[in-house]
Design a protein around this ligand. Structure first.
Ligand SMILES: Nc1nc2c(ncn2[C@@H]2O[C@H](COP(=O)(O)OP(=O)(O)OP(=O)(O)O)[C@@H](O)[C@H]2O)c(=O)[nH]1
Length: 377
């Protein structure tokens, strides 16, 4: 017969065993979470562009925390993020879950200086506005985590679950806060690199890209054109008698004219077209998805706008005209060549057409037509 003492000890042992099992499974669960957290961080750190990073955050945070909704707000007061994303052909306006805001004040209001995550029911306080209004199914509970660096809001990570008990006030948010700090550092770093990259590729006088940028981008654009079979057009634009402007109104007036002309050309182009200052008073534009007819129409539109422009400098009106040469690469009608060779042909053909425009009297557009035409070989 077992004594009562033995029974008690056995029961106690069973309780201890079950406690140990519970602890062991918690340790295993935490170690798995840590591993997943580490892998998430490593992949985040390896992101090269802002667009890649945004895609990663929206998709992978959902998986990491087993969530139903992930939205991301980014503060973009100077529209820099928008420009970087545009430059990478990333359609940020149509990316469900992403919102660029131009002020940090909505975040400041929600976090009330503490910069601590806000948790609770979806309809509680002001959580609702952190999620896209078009969400088919609204989350039941949410956590809004500020993304902060050097005491400034970079944005917020807005996480939601269909379970109402997933995020409740008072619960620990250590893992989520940790991820938000890593995202903030990566975001800041990525933006700094992007700014450095862009400023080294921008002409300081006119604010448009420089020749180095054009040389990098033209090959990327040609690659894309070959893949999508869509045409790529090139315009070579040059201010007429610019030397006379410098001589007649002064070099500063000349600089002012250059900046005004660049701004006007840029306005006539689409956001994802490329405009670069190629040399002194020469500009090159790359028009993606534009066939030759369309390119000549755009060139003519730019020419007319500039001829009608009244450039004021030191109380004088400076008349300006430009000449333009156009050329187009149309993959369907072109010989197969390496992109470097096509780039050279495209620029040279547009340049030769510009030369014709100058020869034929200036303030005009000449068309160099299609480059590397199969039927002309
Ligand atoms: N103000 C100013 N002038 C510049 C700059 N870069 C180049 N230039 C001047 O641009 C002028 C270009 O003159 P040219 O190449 O003779 O051409 P143009 O007078 O425009 O004549 P066409 O092109 O034949 O119509 C030169 O006088 C350069 O000194 C700049 O950054 N600022």
């Amino acid at each position: 017969m077992r004594s009562r003492l033995e029974d008690d000890i056995t029961t106690e042992l069973r309780v201890l065993e079950s406690h140990l099992d519970g602890m062991l499974s918690r340790v295993q669960h935490n170690s798995l979470t840590l591993k997943r957290l580490q892998s998430y961080e490593m992949r985040l750190l390896a992101m090269n562009t802002l667009a890649e990073m945004i895609e990663f955050i929206l998709a992978e945070t959902k998986i990491l925390f087993g969530l139903d909704v992930v939205n991301l707000w980014l503060v973009d007061p100077k529209n820099e993020i928008a420009a970087y994303l545009d430059g990478d052909h990333y359609d940020y306006k149509r990316r469900e879950g992403l919102l660029l805001i131009n002020q940090e004040s909505p975040l400041g209001d929600s976090f009330d200086g503490s910069k601590q995550p806000v948790l609770g029911g979806y309809r509680s306080s002001d959580c609702e506005r952190y999620f896209s209004a078009s969400l088919a199914k609204k989350p039941a509970s949410v956590v809004i985590v500020p993304l902060v660096r050097r005491d400034k809001y970079l944005g917020s990570l807005n996480l939601g679950s269909y379970r109402s008990d997933r995020f409740v006030q008072g619960m620990a948010t250590d893992f989520i806060e940790h991820i938000a700090s890593v995202i903030s550092i990566c975001l800041e770093n990525n933006l700094n690199v992007e700014t450095m990259r862009r400023t080294s590729l921008i002409d300081p006088l006119t604010g448009v890209n420089n020749r180095r940028f054009l040389e990098q981008r033209i090959e990327e654009e040609l690659d894309r054109s070959q893949r999508t079979r869509e045409p790529l057009s090139c315009l070579f634009l040059d201010i007429d008698y610019f030397k006379r402007i410098n001589d007649g109104y002064g070099h500063q007036a000349g600089d002012h004219v250059l900046a005004a002309v660049a701004t006007l050309i840029k306005k006539q182009l689409r956001n994802n077209d490329v405009l670069a200052r190629y040399g002194g008073e020469e500009f090159v534009a790359l028009l993606s998805q534009s066939d030759n007819k369309h390119a000549v129409e755009i060139a003519e539109r730019i020419r007319i706008c500039i001829a009608e422009l009244r450039i004021l400098f030191a109380e004088q009106t400076i008349p300006v005209t430009i000449s333009v040469g156009a050329a187009t690469y149309q993959p369907a009608f072109a010989l197969k060549k390496p992109v470097a060779e096509i780039a050279l042909q495209l620029i040279q053909t547009a340049d030769a057409a510009l030369y014709e425009a100058k020869r034929n009297g200036r303030n005009r557009v000449e068309n160099g037509g299609l480059v590397l035409r199969m039927d002309a070989a």
